[in-house]
Design a protein. Structure first.
Length: 110
């Protein structure tokens, strides 16, 4: 039986490129492209990253001209590095305009 999802909000499937920068485990600045595979107003799952990421690391994600700080929540090396991140609350949601919630879709009447 699968464990219950502990997220407070649903994630929306996505597939767009972002730029990620921060300080790696060796104390060196990095900047690289990644793909956001699912998003929410508070976080995302990123794939395609290289390097050592740890839970608690702070990174900056840029999408177009907008950027925000995020904290790494978990990292999985299975099937390529996957990094789950949560937005620092004081920063804006940089992909809010890309989110389409089912509750926002107009209801169709037969």
């Amino acid at each position: 039986m699968a464990a219950p999802d502990r997220r407070s909000e649903a994630r929306v499937p996505a597939d767009f490129s972002v730029q990620v920068c921060g300080i790696d485990a060796d104390g060196k600045r990095f900047e690289q492209a990644a793909t956001a595979k699912n998003i929410s107003l508070r976080g995302a799952l990123l794939v395609g990253l290289r390097g050592a990421f740890r839970s608690g690391d702070l990174i900056k994600i840029q999408l177009g001209d907008a950027s925000a700080r995020f904290q790494v929540v978990w990292v999985s090396p299975i099937g390529g590095i996957k990094v789950a991140v949560q937005r620092i609350e004081a920063d804006p949601c940089i992909w809010a305009d890309r989110m389409v919630q089912e509750t926002e879709l107009p209801m169709r009447h037969s």
